[in-house]
Design a protein around this ligand. Structure first.
Ligand SMILES: Cc1cc2nc3c(=O)[nH]c(=O)nc-3n(C[C@H](O)[C@H](O)[C@H](O)COP(=O)(O)OP(=O)(O)OC[C@H]3O[C@@H](n4cnc5c(N)ncnc54)[C@H](O)[C@@H]3O)c2cc1C
Length: 448
């Protein structure tokens, strides 16, 4: 089986020199940082995007490629509806095929309880004019006739889309660079420079850059980076494994999942697969520190997480990862340019079994590639998108919780306005940083 296309050995594509000054500095070259930079550049705002490894080499290329409105938190839904519109527009502007296709997303149900959960989301979708609908047993079988098993029913959203993550996000970065964003790979932000109580610059491994506005969109590394500046955020990371089949006859043009297997047609004619529902948490100091905040999530899904007592060396929440460092010395971010977890054999086995159980006619189709990613998780499964009140000039966007690819361009546009001091265009109260420290009750987002 081949390994993932992005590693530290991948050629550097973006190597602009570090400017002395920039109106905005963005830390992290995933979908969130790239699209926020793009929308800022469109307003003629000088913006520098720092990426410690390669653009999109972490979550933003490793994901399943689902661009879904279906199953979203009610406060995310308007942003993802905007994102769908932006995806179409950006796909045109990229000038290369990023695999954007409207082929729908479907969740398959085996039980009445699952159908009842779907019905709850249906009300949210209807309130926002999204075309989600419920299917009965016969309609479900008709939608994906190749399935060997019959289901109680399904929820489907025909207007949902898919794209090829490891093509799309680098392509968006090239578009951003063409529109004026200074992008620098292999350039970790080590620390914020804070003078007179507000941001005055960023220390990077290539020197200092003066700025008064920083967006931290560092995915799985965000809580480590922020904690060094006294900002505590209960973001952890969990490992999930993905596999890809070789090209094969079409069984379904879109994306679908039941509780055992998730599958999505790719542009090359293969399927991207994952085993439903289970991920792995490496216990480290942050996991222990924030454990009480995760109790509601644990209660909602007691068997959804498996645990290992320690992360590999240099992972964000590894026991040996330094929590403090100096601006003029190597930081934890340079020690791990690309977080490239090993796929879990047990998960690969579950993927293989789950796919072949549902589609026994494809017994001979091999898994051609496998990889894993660290998802930046939050206790309530919705992100933080907010200004940090304690550090004027700092904006945070993290904890997309396994669904930040689809909503990415919408969040990027929102962040560009937040940074400029404009109206965000959506209610961001749900995504405020203070919800974890002001005594608010943790309100779980949907686990759909
Ligand atoms: C296996 C898997 C499947 C998923 N499936 C889907 C899906 O189907 N649909 C969906 O919508 N979402 C999905 N997601 C979630 C989605 O991929 C993420 O929510 C999204 O990519 C997050 O983007 P980001 O820009 O916030 O973070 P990332 O893509 O993780 O980018 C953060 C970047 O910051 C860089 N960085 C960190 N610290 C520093 C520093 N100090 N200096 C410089 N750079 C730094 C990192 O190297 C990294 O490249 C999935 C995720 C995974 C892992």
């Amino acid at each position: 089986m081949t390994i993932f296309p992005f590693t530290e050995a991948s050629p550097v594509q973006f190597q602009a020199p570090l400017p002395k000054t920039s109106d905005v500095v963005i830390v992290g070259g995933g979908i969130i940082g790239v699209t926020a930079a793009l929308f800022l550049a469109r307003r003629n705002i000088p913006v520098t995007l720092l990426e410690k490894g390669r653009i999109a080499a972490e979550q933003s290329s490793r994901n399943w490629g689902w661009i879904r409105q279906q199953g979203r938190d009610a406060d995310e839904l308007p942003i993802v509806i905007e994102a769908q519109r932006l995806w179409r527009q950006l796909a045109e502007e990229c000038g290369e095929d990023i695999g954007l296709t409207q082929t729908g997303v479907t969740y398959l149900a085996r039980t009445d309880k699952e159908m009842a959960d779907f019905a709850k989301f249906l009300k949210v979708a209807e309130a926002h004019g999204v075309d989600t609908r419920l299917l009965d047993q016969g309609e479900t079988a008709k939608l994906i006739p190749a399935m060997s098993r019959s289901f109680k029913g399904a929820m489907t959203t025909p207007s949902d889309m898919r794209a090829e993550p490891w093509v799309a996000v680098p392509s968006l970065a090239r578009l951003a660079a063409r529109q004026g964003v200074t992008i620098i790979e292999n350039c970790a932000a080590r620390m914020l420079d804070i003078s007179a109580g507000r941001i005055s610059g960023v220390w990077t491994e290539k020197g200092r850059i003066a700025t008064s506005n920083v967006l931290v969109a560092s995915g799985a590394w965000t809580s480590l980076f922020l904690r060094a500046h006294g900002v505590s955020i209960p973001q952890l990371s969990v490992r999930t494994t993905v596999a890809a089949t070789a090209p094969m006859p079409e069984i379904h043009a879109g994306a679908a999942a039941d509780e055992r297997i998730a599958f999505r047609r790719r542009k090359d004619g293969g399927y991207t697969l994952a085993a439903g529902g289970s991920h792995l948490l490496y216990v480290g100091p942050d996991a222990l520190r924030h454990a009480p905040k995760y109790l509601p999530a644990l209660k909602a899904n007691p068997f959804g997480t498996r645990y290992l007592p320690a992360a590999p060396r240099a992972y964000p929440d590894s026991w040996s990862t330094p929590r403090k460092w100096d601006a003029d010395k190597q930081s934890p971010f340079e020690r791990m340019r690309v977080l490239n977890p090993v796929p879990e054999p047990r998960a690969l086995h579950a993927i293989d079994r789950g796919f072949k159980e549902l589609f026994p006619q494809f017994e001979a189709v091999p898994l051609r590639a496998s990889w894993a990613g660290m998802i930046d998780a939050m206790p309530d499964v919705v992100p933080v998108v907010d200004r940090a009140a304690a550090v004027p000039g700092l904006v945070i966007a993290t904890g997309m919780s396994g669904h930040g690819f689809g909503i990415g361009p919408g969040m990027g546009r929102v962040l560009s306005d937040l940074i400029q001091g404009n109206e965000a265009g959506h209610n961001l109260h749900r995504f405020r940083l203070s919800r974890f420290s002001d005594g608010s009750r943790i309100l779980m987002g949907p686990s759909l």
